[in-house]
Design a protein around this ligand. Structure first.
Ligand code: ZN
Length: 423
C-alpha cells in the first residue's frame, strides 16, 4: 500500500468560518485517500517515509468552479466594457482562435501547468464551442494533474457570425461526438455547458436538459450577472418570471447545476437556488472588472445557498485563488457598505472555506481534510514574508491570502498524486 505522510502546520476548513489547526501535525493518506490528521505519528506508520516540511503550512488545495479556458490568452486585458459588449468585442474573437488545434494545445498546456503551480486542483471550466479544442483542454488538464469538469460550450444564437458560431444541428452533433470521445479520461469529466440563456435556442436548451437527465450529466452556466443581460432574458422568455426559470423549465436546474455570478439574484431567485441545491459561484474580480455589480454572497450563505468561488478568467484578472479569495473578502465589504452596514462581511476563515471546502463539496467531498476523501493539498512556505514577531497559523493564513507570494507554493497533491514540486 502507498502511504503519503506530510508533516507541518496543518490547517483545514472543516466548517464555514472554522479552521482546524495542528502544529507539527501529520496529514496521512493511503493510496491517495486521506486517513486523517494526527498530532503525533500513529504507531502503524512507524518507519514509513515522512515528508517533513518543517514549519510550512499544509493546506487544502483550491477548487475554482468557474473559469473560461479559451479566454486565458486575454487574461489581464480588455476589461473596459460591460458584459454584453465585452463578449462581442473581446471574448468571442479570442475564443474563435481555438478552431486551431495547435493553438489550443499550446495555450491549454500552459494554462494547466499554471493552475497546478497555483494550487488549483479541482475545476469546473468552460471551453469554447470547438469539440476538438475541448478534448485537447481535457487532455492537457488531466496530464498536468488537474481534476474536475470541462464543458464544450453550446451557443446556437446571438453569437458572432462568421467568427464564432454554430447551428443548432452542429451544436447537438458536436456535443454528442465530444461526449463519446472523452469517455476514457479518468480525472476530467464532461459537464453540459449552455453558455447562457441568450446564447441558446429553446430547442437546444431542451436537447441539453434531456441529455443531462438521460446520461446523468452535470450542468454549468451563467445567471443574473448583469442588468442588461437580465432584461434581455426577460424579452426572450416572457413566459418566465425570473431568469433561473429559463433553465428550470428545460431540466437544467438541480443539485448538480452550477450557476456563475448571481449578482442580481433576489430573494426569490436565491430561494430557488437553495431549494434545488444549485451551487452559486461567486466571481468577485470579474463582477468588478465588468462593472456587473456586487453579489450578496454573505446573505446567500445565511439563506442556505451553496457557494463556491471562481476566478472567472478572463472577466476575472487573477488565476491564483489566493487573489480570488481576497477579492471575495473585499467584495463582501463593498456589499456591506452598499447595504447601509446592515449585512455581514465575509471573515477570512469563511472565504477560505469557500475557496477550498465550498468548491470541494460540489465533487461530493466532505469539508476539511476528511478521512475517506482524496488527498488535495498544498504546502505553502511563507518564510520569505517579514517575520518581526511570531504569528499564529490563522494569522499566517490570513496574511498569505492578502499577500500572495509567487513561488511560495512548494508542493501540490491532487487526487492523491503529487503533481507539483517547486524547483
Ligand atoms: Zn463566465
Amino acid at each position: 500500500m502507498a502511504v503519503t505522510i506530510l508533516k507541518g502546520t496543518v490547517v483545514s476548513a472543516p466548517a464555514l468560518g472554522k479552521l482546524s489547526i495542528w502544529e507539527n501535525g501529520y496529514l496521512i493518506a493511503e493510496n491517495g485517500v486521506i486517513t486523517g490528521v494526527f498530532p503525533t505519528l500513529p504507531e502503524q506508520y512507524a518507519g514509513a517515509p515522512v515528508e517533513d516540511f518543517g514549519d510550512a503550512l499544509i493546506l487544502q488545495s483550491f477548487a475554482d468552479l468557474h473559469l473560461h479556458a479559451p479566454q486565458y490568452p486575454m487574461l489581464g486585458m480588455g476589461m473596459d466594457l460591460p458584459l454584453l459588449d465585452w463578449l462581442n468585442a473581446y471574448a468571442f474573437p479570442t475564443e474563435a482562435r481555438f478552431a486551431d488545434p495547435d493553438y489550443a494545445r499550446a495555450v491549454y498546456g500552459q494554462l494547466a501547468r499554471e493552475l497546478v503551480e497555483n494550487g488549483t486542483t479541482r475545476v469546473c471550466m468552460f471551453s469554447s464551442l470547438h469539440r476538438e479544442a475541448t478534448l485537447i483542454l481535457m487532455e492537457e488538464l488531466e496530464k498536468a494533474g488537474v481534476t474536475g469538469y470541462v464543458g464544450k460550450v453550446n451557443m446556437d444564437r446571438n453569437s458572432l457570425p462568421g467568427v464564432l458560431e454554430e447551428t443548432t444541428e452542429d451544436s447537438m452533433r458536436e456535443t454528442l461526438r465530444w461526449l463519446d470521445e472523452c469517455q476514457d479520461l479518468r480525472y476530467i469529466k464532461p459537464i453540459l455547458t449552455p453558455r447562457f440563456t441568450p446564447s441558446c435556442t429553446n430547442e437546444l436548451m431542451a436537447f441539453l436538459g434531456k441529455l443531462s437527465a438521460e446520461r446523468d450529466l452535470p450542468v454549468q452556466s451563467h445567471l443574473s450577472e448583469n442588468t442588461s443581460e437580465i432584461e434581455w432574458v426577460r424579452q426572450l422568455h416572457p413566459d418566465c418570471q425570473q431568469y433561473w426559470e429559463t433553465y428550470a423549465k428545460y431540466g437544467l436546474w438541480n443539485s448538480r447545476t452550477i450557476m456563475a455570478h448571481c449578482v442580481w439574484s433576489d430573494q426569490r431567485e436565491r430561494q430557488a437556488m437553495a431549494e434545488a441545491g444549485v451551487t452559486m459561484v461567486h466571481c468577485a474580480d470579474s463582477n468588478q472588472n465588468l462593472c456587473s455589480g456586487v453579489a450578496p454572497v454573505r446573505t446567500m450563505l445565511k439563506e442556505g445557498v451553496r457557494v463556491a468561488l471562481g476566478s472567472d478568467i478572463a472577466g476575472g484578472d487573477h488565476l491564483s485563488m489566493f487573489d480570488v479569495t481576497a477579492a471575495a473578502l473585499r467584495a463582501s465589504k463593498a456589499r456591506r457598505i452598499l447595504d447601509g452596514w446592515e449585512t455581514d462581511l465575509l471573515t477570512v476563515p469563511e472565504a477560505w472555506y469557500l475557496a477550498t471546502s465550498g468548491g470541494a463539496a460540489y465533487f461530493g467531498e466532505q469539508p476539511g481534510f476528511a478521512p475517506g476523501d482524496p488527498l488535495h493539498a498544498i504546502v505553502l512556505d511563507d518564510s520569505a514574508l517579514p517575520q518581526p514577531h511570531p504569528l499564529t497559523p490563522a494569522e499566517r493564513l490570513e496574511r498569505c491570502v492578502y499577500r500572495r507570494q509567487s513561488g511560495a507554493i512548494r508542493a501540490v497533491w491532487s487526487a492523491g498524486r503529487k503533481v507539483y514540486t517547486a524547483e
